[in-house]
Design a protein around this ligand. Structure first.
Ligand code: PRT
Ligand code: ZN
Length: 298
């Protein structure tokens, strides 16, 4: 592989694969990748994408095989704690929090079991694939319990009597429900992150890292942003400006034939919910229109 090109590790086949590739495409990357190929070649950037298992991403950055990686905070933090427990230090740094891969590492108990807070964990067997994160959680709360480390299928451990409860990732909660478990405590709120090597890279490579970071910021900002248009009485403008979520000074346009009413156009840097539209309407706004934003450059 060409040492002058950036190497970015992405999950090969899993929950993070599509959103990771979507982010890179939105950042302008054109990737040529044959079916089943493990490396994608960036045609318009000096950047290659390695497709791997998410658990291998921290090691690839640690060992300088990759300069960058996209992975879940859960995997990142677990690896960091594992390195620390072995007396080493992690050599991968989170540089961006990403707006996908949201879930939480949570404790869940059999539906019928009682729960009086973390004290209920004392002496219990907890099944997990995240022993280091769970160990830290228990230590910080001064609770002694038995951690049962499993490679997968954690949610069936209580039924198989291998554990009393579990510590696993939860998104919608449907898996817990299907396994007669209920979530009782969050151990870690998770989302995808971009990590990089702490090494000082050659200037051309570093330059591309910075450009990529800037484009990621732009993409994420636009995803949250909406363009909103409405008509309003002039007298209601202060109230309307207050209600517009995360907008800078809106554009006010006179309306032909209605001296008391104006059109208001604004970019809102937060999502616009129905509740906001309802409040704007109550404040006197009409003809409300919310549009997605395609690209933005401040
Ligand atoms: O093969 P590889 O090792 O690369 O993949 P993997 O099986 O380890 O990971 P994968 O693809 O399942 O998840 C990758 C990352 O996505 C995780 O490390 C998290 O950061 C993130 N993520 C987001 C999730 C979920 N949401 C999620 N729901 N990871 C796992 N789940 C599991 C959850 O534990 C449950 O078993 O999906 C199931 C469905 O969840 P519910 O709550 O919606 O029912
Ligand atoms: Zn994995």
């Amino acid at each position: 592989m060409d040492a002058a090109r950036l190497k970015l590790a992405v999950q090969k086949a899993g929950r993070l694969t599509d959103p990771s590739l979507d982010l890179l495409v939105r950042c302008g990357l054109k990737l040529s990748r044959g079916k089943d190929q493990l490396v994608g070649y960036g045609e318009n950037m000096p950047l290659d994408v390695l497709f791997v298992r998410d658990d291998d991403i921290p090691d690839l950055v640690q060992e300088d095989v990759c300069d960058l990686g996209l992975l879940g905070l859960n995997v990142l933090e677990e690896k960091r704690l594992e390195f620390a427990a072995r007396g080493g230090a992690a050599r991968f740094m989170p540089v961006r929090r990403l707006d996908f891969g949201r879930c939480r590492l949570s404790l869940a108990i059999p539906t019928e079991a009682s729960w009086q807070g973390v004290d209920s964990l004392r002496g219990k067997r907890i099944a997990t694939t995240y022993p280091f994160l769970l160990e830290r959680f228990l230590r910080e709360r001064e609770v002694t319990a038995h951690i049962v480390t499993l490679a997968g299928a954690v949610e069936i451990a209580p039924r198989l009597k291998r554990a009393d409860l579990i510590c696993d990732l939860v998104a919608s909660g449907a898996t817990l429900e299907a396994n007669h478990l209920r979530e009782v405590e969050t151990v870690l709120e998770c989302h995808a992150v971009l990590v990089r090597t702490p090494l000082i890279l050659p200037p051309e490579k570093e330059d591309w890292v910075q450009r990529l970071l800037m484009r990621i910021d732009g993409v994420q900002q636009v995803r949250e942003s909406k363009y909103i248009m409405l008509h309003a009485p002039r007298s209601a403008l202060p109230e309307i400006a207050r209600l517009l979520p995360g907008s800078e000074s809106p554009t006010i346009i006179p309306l032909e034939g209605s001296p008391d009413r104006v059109a208001v156009h604004a970019v809102c840097r937060e999502n616009v919910f129905w509740e906001t539209l309802e409040r704007l309407k109550q404040a006197g706004a009409s003809a409300l229109l919310v549009l997605p934003v395609e690209k933005m450059l401040a």
